[in-house]
Ligand binder design. Structure first.
Ligand code: SF4
Ligand code: FES
Length: 586
């Protein structure tokens, strides 16, 4: 394998890799602004320059400085065997200091009020590579704040003209709304007149901006980034399986960012996925169990709600039918199916409605070598739930088949009790479903309130995917696990936990014993997070639902589900850089 030495560290590389790529992969730091692996390489910012020596074949392979010893952009220089790169010699360091001084000449130095502070490359490199003081005595050029489109503001005077945003809109969505207006120190990033930054991927420019110039309107002044804790999760809205960081603090999600994964979303996410967490904190969330008594729905506790659900199912005149939503994790589908078949061995298991919106839209993604696709299928786990149902066999159906069995169209039905799961990001009950529920005992397990509540005998509040762990199978049949990000809202519980609790009741377990370990287990432990003593979470009636345990059980019980142990992509864990100064508690 060919080898290159960067700042004294020997690194193996593959043909075609650039020096900066290799340094990034091997953990050798070379400062960089304009370079991004998903975009073209203009070598614009000049901070990655280094002195590079290479063997000269015409001089017995003796090591000689390339370009007569001039500094070369490592981001645009292909590696060759035996190269030696000096990004930390006096000449390279002098260039780094000069670039930093130049970039800060007109910068407003408004870090205390800047959203990017704490994750800003200008700030970090200023400490590491900049001068301690400024020699600039003239008046700074002031530039405006501008509204670029529905999701993005620009604070122009923070811009360092790296052109990442310009290249992104041209190279990935292909819409090219962003341009450079003006020349020299009067250059400004702007949109073309009458062409707002309004494409499906628009807010990726906020992640790309290495400084605080491009800002997400939704996150503006919402949180200081050092208070945020990042959890590796997935797109919970569409079938893409896009990898995402959920950034949250004190039980509230504040933003989503793409999590690089070359097998799924590469470096990007759509705006649809980016803001798909909004309903998690909606006022329309179901937060308390309810049961119907003398035609009125009344709030109740979990024990009574589950007892009434089981009683209603047992007393139902006919077969049990369970609708398992494609918004649920695979482990929950399995737990609910197991509950259903325990209650009624002939129970009908059906996959919930899979919503579609238009067609898939493919965007060019030249650096990845394949398109980035916005998915029309608006459910994250239809394939995973179907896989579980297929493996369990017996009486199964799709949503249309489920409606038919409820008597839609014919008025004839063999179903006596229905368990409906939803967990969609918006209202999902169709008139056909609402019209087919009459005469059956209905248990609704859902996150958002809807017309279905009025048809239900028992309502059990469930958690969104950010409040629990599990696995989703995406459109390419990739099975990916995700972690829980925040504590469940109010009394809500994961659907899998509800199934486990109900199974325990059937097995004659003593109910209502609070499990202190559960509260401890699910409370965030990072700085600024919900302390255990004040966390308000619904304790399970039985053992806590552990998605990893259920996956092992699935594989052990059903050979067709062994993939949930053998072929699962685990989420990465966030690693936060350690502060270089001790934190003083105030
Ligand atoms: S706005 Fe940000 S991404 Fe765009 S050129 Fe300026 S610094 Fe680069
Ligand atoms: S990162 Fe190489 S010139 Fe900007």
């Amino acid at each position: 394998m060919p080898t290159i030495t960067i700042n004294g560290v020997a690194c193996e590389f593959a043909k075609g890799e650039r020096v900066l790529d290799i340094a990034n992969r091997c953990g050798v730091e070379i400062p960089q602004y304009c370079y991004h692996p998903g975009l073209s390489v203009p070598a614009q910012c000049r901070i990655c320059l280094a002195e590079i020596h290479a063997p000269n074949a015409r001089n017995e392979n003796k090591l000689e400085p390339m370009m007569g010893g001039k500094l070369l952009p490592t981001c645009a220089t292909d590696a060759s065997d035996g190269m030696v790169v000096f990004a930390d010699n006096p000449k390279s360091v002098a260039n780094q200091k000069a670039v930093m001084e130049y970039l800060l000449i007109n910068h407003p130095l408004d870090c205390p009020v800047c959203d990017q502070a704490g994750e800003c490359f200008l700030q970090d490199y200023s400490y590491k590579y900049g001068r301690g003081t400024s020699r600039f005595e003239e008046t700074k050029v002031k530039q405006p704040k501008k509204d670029l489109g529905p999701n993005v503001f620009i604070y122009s005077d923070r811009c360092i003209m790296c052109t990442r945003c310009v290249r992104f809109t041209r190279e990935v969505p292909g819409t090219g709304e962003i341009m450079i207006d003006g020349r020299g120190n009067r250059s400004e990033i702007d949109v073309f007149p009458g062409v707002p930054l309004d494409n499906d991927l628009s807010a990726n420019v906020v992640d790309l901006c290495p400084v605080g110039a491009l800002l997400d309107k939704d996150f503006l002044f919402a949180q200081r980034v050092w208070l945020l804790k990042s959890t590796a999760t997935l797109d919970g809205l569409t079938s893409s399986g896009d990898n995402v960081w959920a950034d949250h603090n004190e039980g509230r999600v504040h933003r989503f960012r793409p999590r690089e994964n070359m097998d799924t979303n590469t470096w990007w996410i759509t705006d649809e996925v980016r803001y798909a967490w909004k309903h998690v904190h909606s006022d329309a969330r179901l937060a308390e169990p309810m049961r119907r008594e003398r035609r009125e729905l009344i709030e109740t506790d979990w024990q009574r709600a589950i007892a009434q659900m089981l009683e209603g199912i047992r007393d139902g005149d006919g077969t049990l039918a369970v609708l398992i939503s494609p918004m649920l994790a695979c482990e929950e589908a399995y737990a609910l199916a197991k509950l259903a078949r325990t209650l009624d061995p002939n129970a009908l298991l059906a996959l919930g409605a899979v919503p579609f919106d238009g067609d898939d839209v493919a965007y060019t993604n030249p650096a990845a070598g394949r398109p980035f696709v916005k998915r029309a299928e608006k459910a994250p786990n239809a394939r995973g739930v179907q896989r579980v149902l297929d493996a369990l066999g017996g009486d199964t159906a799709d949503f249309a088949g489920f409606l038919n069995r409820l008597g839609h169209g014919s008025g004839r039905s063999d179903i006596g009790a229905v368990v409906l799961t939803g967990n969609y990001a918006s209202r999902w009950a169709t008139p056909d479903l609402l019209g087919s529920l009459g005469g059956k005992h209905v248990t609704l397990i859902d996150t958002l309130t809807s017309e279905l509540v009025e048809h239900a005998d028992v309502v059990l509040p469930s958690c969104t995917w950010l409040e629990k762990a599990g696995t989703f199978e995406n459109v390419d049949n990739r099975i990916q696990a995700f972690d829980r990000a925040i504590v469940p809202l109010g009394e809500s519980k994961p659907e899998g936990q509800i199934a486990l609790d109900a199974l325990a009741v059937l097995a004659g377990d003593d109910l209502g014993r609070p499990r202190a370990t559960y509260a401890m287990m699910i409370v965030d432990d990072g700085p600024g997070q919900v302390p255990a003593a004040t966390a308000s979470v619904a304790t399970p009636l039985t053992e806590p639902f552990d998605a990893a345990d259920v996956r092992r059980e699935m594989a052990a019980d059903t050979p067709a589900l062994e993939v949930f142990v053998t072929d699962i992509a685990e989420p990465v864990r966030a690693t936060k850089p350690q502060p270089d100064a001790p934190i003083v508690e105030l």
